[in-house]
Design a protein around this ligand. Sequence first.
Ligand code: HAS
Length: 549
Amino acid sequence: MSTAIKRFPKNESRLYMAYMYVAFISLFIGATMGLVQTLERAGAITMPSFISYYQVLTVHGIILALVMTTFFIFGFMLSSQSKTTGGYNNTERNLSWLSFVVMLAGVIMASVMVFLNEATVLFTFYAPLQAHVIFYIGMALVIVGSWINGFVIFKRHARFRKENPGERTPLLSYMAVITMLMWQIASIGVAVTVVGQMIPWALGWVDSIDVLLSRTLFWYFGHPLVYFWLLPAYMMWYAVMPKIIGGKIFSDSLARFTFVLLLLFSIPVGFHHQLTEPGIPEFWKYIQVVLTMVVVVPSMMTAFSMFATFESRGRELGAKGMFGWLKKMPWKDARFLAPFVGMVFFIPGGAGGIINASNQMNQVVHNTIWVTGHFHLTVATVVILTFFGITYWLIPHLTGRAFTPVMNRLAIVQTVLWTVGMTIMSTAMHWQGLLGGPRRSAYSDYLGNADTAAWGSYQVAQAVGGSILFVGMIVMIIIFINLAFFAPKGETEYPLGEVHSLEAPAPKVFENWPLWIGLTLALVLFAYTIPLIDIIQSKPPGAQGFKLW
Ligand code: HAS
């Protein structure tokens, strides 16, 4: 490899690796809990009396969906912004360390409470399940810590613009800004319910809670939360994948436009998680379902961009016909294979999302294990396989090591294991869901019941898929440890796609932040003001309601 590869200064590599250590420890704990769950649901094991299925489910959900993702995302996103803007200064780096420490303190506080069985409230922690106040304070710290990183990202982007007037801002920095804007605006909802409702309730200052209000504030945050996982994967697809296949970014402007649309439309859609809930006027559910269908459009644009990227490169290499490019892709390179398989999984995963969002079909699948199948396809495959693909070059780049051919082969095995395990597990989940099998249920005695015997066999299939995924996770941890500590010293490239020389600069309007923030807030106000007033005014008799109102 070329000796010209420029690595991060040591203090920066250490920062990103700190995020990665937390992410991969979380992966190990969380995925182990996942195996335990599928085995329990299949009736293969019985949990000891001092630990409940729901406690294990809470650890699994929180540590994978909230901790592993968040820490990985910051490690990747900060490194990509630093790499493309010319690096962070001391203040920015120190702020990011502060963010890391605050988030980690929050994670430790929340985890201790979950392990003590004082916070068995699942990853959505919504009322009326109640946790120990330390759990809520921990969660609030995670949010506050993440905001600090958001400000680092905004500050660095602004500094780049100031120092390079008139120049196109780096695409990855732009995407990081959009991701964090969406996150900051959305996480206000969960912060308000945690601080304004849950902490006073857990402390006994009030003796009841307005459940519908707290769930509404949670889901105002909950859908952008899933996009907070997805957007960094899109960053990789748009800005890194072209380099890995030897091509060019299809269109920098289209990528920016996609991200702007995701910012505008990913927040005012939380009601699609509450379609079966009474107390929210039908009209506003309808409006938010329409907005949900609108937020599907930027994902369709992403699919188009990816096909165009692959096809352009394929044709450069002599491919013919609509799918001739498939033969020209670097299948033996795990940095390509893992994210590509992730993309393929998004075709059924995205279709499942559209089914969920369609009011009538939602009545069939809501609260069934179909939904669990949906999010294992999306976050646990589309996103996670992309993150694994990033790991194969980011970790050796940070540690100054090489991604050896042996590790590449192991990474291909890892991708195959994940593909097979997830196909079996999530298909069985979708199918069982269609038959009415519930989600979030430990009950497993279905095989002995004539009406539900089929459910039992689907749960066995889930345990088989889950066991294969567990092996895949162990392989991933082996690769991570190798790349962090044992791989031979070497220089691994941080692959950054280039914009085609013929592409015109992105229109200036993309950097008009007051416009995009203003439009985002306007859409949020439009979609939420009237239903929220309605929910607050018609709170159930006796419910304490909202302290700030
Ligand atoms: Fe979802 C529930 C609707 C996307 C995650 N979702 C969940 C939950 C999670 C989750 C965690 O409307 C459960 C929360 C809970 O605990 O209750 N979801 C959607 C819709 C989309 C969507 C409309 N979800 C995601 C993503 C997630 C995620 C992404 C994680 C990262 N979801 C719902 C709804 C519910 C829900 C309801 C509530 C259900 C209920 O009743 O409780 C859309 O964003 C999907 C759009 C995606 C596409 C796909 C584009 C395809 C691409 C790939 C191209 C492939 C290529 C390769 C280029 C339109 C970009 C081609 C190669 C070849 C060889 C062909």
